[in-house]
Design a protein around this ligand. Structure first.
Ligand code: THU
Length: 165
């Protein structure tokens, strides 16, 4: 038996003023998008903004439903919309932020497991990493170079490819 370790890396910035103008702008877009969420059940508003390599910014917010599992997270709303509008155009970066009605979200939000899987699929499809920029409604910002830092041991579609005879 061998014990092995995985190293995860991220950058922590004290607040958004330390970011590059591009990353800061994407966070602002995510925050604006959070305000357009439909979250009457959780009262937790998540916004995501995706920067594409063609310069377009696609925003998404969480969209809930009285049948709870029918709702969708902000990250997947943004990524699915981006790929349906611009198939084949790579995603360079995604900013994610959240604002709660009943408490102050002062630490960075991180995507849920299903969204991590969708981010991983996007990276795999485009063969390049997505920069992830995460913040609460205020406070520190976490920046990661790719989903591997949030989802090691990723399940990839390659494992499903059928070999032709
Ligand atoms: N939510 C997101 O939109 N993104 C996340 O990364 C975490 C959770 C949404 C789903 C639901 O509408 C609400 O936040 C509470 O879980």
């Amino acid at each position: 038996m061998q014990k092995k370790e995985i190293k995860l890396e991220f950058e922590e910035f004290e607040n958004e003023t330390e970011l590059t103008p591009e990353d800061r702008n994407l966070l602002i877009k995510a925050l604006e998008s959070a305000a357009r969420s439909y979250a009457p059940y959780s009262e937790f508003h998540v916004g995501a903004a995706v920067l594409l390599e063609n310069g377009e910014v696609i925003c998404g917010s969480n969209q809930e439903n009285a049948a709870y599992p029918s709702g969708l997270c902000a990250e997947r709303v943004a990524l699915f919309y981006a790929n349906s509008q611009y198939p084949g155009v790579a995603v360079k970066a995604m900013a994610i932020t959240a604002k709660a009605d009943h408490f102050v979200m002062a630490r960075p939000i991180t995507p849920c497991g299903s969204c991590r899987q969708v981010i991983a699929e996007t990276e795999n499809r485009q063969q390049s990493k997505i920069k992830l920029i995460m913040q609460g409604e205020s406070g520190p910002v976490h920046v990661m170079d790719g989903i591997k830092n949030l989802l090691p041991f990723t399940f990839y579609e390659k494992q499903l490819q059928k070999t032709k005879k």
